[in-house]
Ligand binder design. Sequence first.
Ligand code: SER
Length: 609
Amino acid sequence: MKVSEIRATFFDYFKKKGHEIQPSASMVVKNDPTLMFTNAGMNQFKDYFLGNTNPKIKRIANSQKCLRVSGKHNDLEEVGVDTYHHTMFEMLGNWSFGDYFKKEAIDWAWELLTKVYKLDKSRLYVTVFAGDKLDGTKEDSEAIYFWSKHVKKDEIIKCSKKDNFWEMGDVGPCGPCSEIHMDIRTDAERSKVKGRDLVNKDHPQVIEIWNLVFMEYLRMSDRSLIPLPEKHVDTGMGLERLAVALQGKKSNYDIDLFQTLIKRIEELSRIKYGASKKTDIALRIVSDHVRAISFSIADGQLPSNTGAGYVIRRILRRAVRYGYQVLEIKEPFMYNIATTLVEQMGEAYPELTNQKTLIEKVIKEEEKSFFRTLEQGIKKINLIINSYKEKKQKKMSSLHVFELNDTYGFPIDLTSLIAKENNIDVDIDGFQKLLEEQKQRSRKASEIETSDWMVIYDQKETQFVGYDNTRAETKILRYRKVNTPKKNYFQLVLEKTPFYPEGGGQIGDTGFLEIENEKIKIFNTKKENELILHYASSLPNNLSKKAIAIVDKKKRKKIAANHSATHLLHYALRKVLGDHVEQKGSLVNDKYLRFDFSHFSKMKEEELQ
Ligand code: SER
């Protein structure tokens, strides 16, 4: 089965079980400040789990583009070095929102794997949650009961919280899980060591393929657990890993999807996959990273110097560095591989085909600029090395190594290599220490602590009246405190609000909340999924009283005018330059607007006019 057939079979199976098949959500997360990228299929459904919104459909199945390169789920360092982790991967999932629970999730997973995909039962292992003293959670006896209908009871493996309790982040919806692992070793190897002894032991050929999460708790900021109002199912199966099992391969990189990409890199580098351990790692890294980068660009996240854009830039540079150093490709090459990727995955993900030109151009530009950085770094390192030679010193100080890395973006392994060629050692330990100190500094600077919600009125949804009003009678439904190194403030949720949250580049409204005789300043408004959060520096004395929410009208008018101007500008650009002009990003505030778009050549003076 090709990857595309495996995906289609999954959809087909769950469609028959009453699920609606939905397209993947964007991999780039726009309205959840706690996440930069989708790292699990459940992200887009967070509001359903929290009970903030009622799901219209109770059963959904999809294949979600996920990226695990930051935050709680970060696999970047493993990628390419092993054969079964990825930065970007596809996660097949079936969902129940307050509908079916453990029995169906387990029965269906087993039926699909063994009857439809026809995987060999003797190679599958299942795990269940063993309970946790600290959390006060018990062994998942229900899961054991339902699994024992399919596998021998004493074959079921009990695992601790580390492996079998799934949490999206430090706080939020979570629950015990039950995983299915697959042993793809040869029969000879299997007769020597039992597969069940290798489950969850980082063995490259005894790997987790499917995780069934039974979402039933909410993790609070004091680490306690409270039950969710309803119970849900969230399952996630790695499509690439399933393909390994179904295609009888030994590594994710052997499946059709990756082999096409690796062939293209082989052509460009003239190095064959299998030639050496070192070059294999590089080939895997490049083929993995080109997917992550291309999909991010297609979803609207271009490489940049901050936030999510910086994560993408770093992934791209990691790939280019391996290409440059290990595969010895000394000119831009990644954009060529992106072309192959689009041809291959464009059918399943039309956004790739639609944005093909943009993806290639952006990657090529990034590569060019990184090559310039490398050139500058090489000049600098030569200067440093000469000065050491003059002074007859044999060891490069950690400060120099750090400067090359931090200021010139010059990779540490390249510094070591060049220094070694000149018989100079580098102080790696000292460098690591400096790097760690820098990391600590930036961690401190970005630490945010959010308290749990204090509920005043137990009502979930806010009524938004901001299209027609800049004033509304309301009350505070709940609030929470946020501490950051720079300042502390409160986020308020209102029953009714005329405040526009930040979104689509437009800044959030500011204004006041009047309660009795007090006037509380609202200095920003943002959205967290479906919640509208009003930012206030202080709280009113009388939290439960009637309030009036008043938007700064003058400022709103200016923002609205700039927003309208954005649409006019967009229209004009399409008229003058052509229909390919699409909004790639924008900023609208009360002072000016910015509109990002891509065009294939520099704009002419008369076009600008
Ligand atoms: N949320 C779970 C995971 O990411 C199952 O989808 O593994």
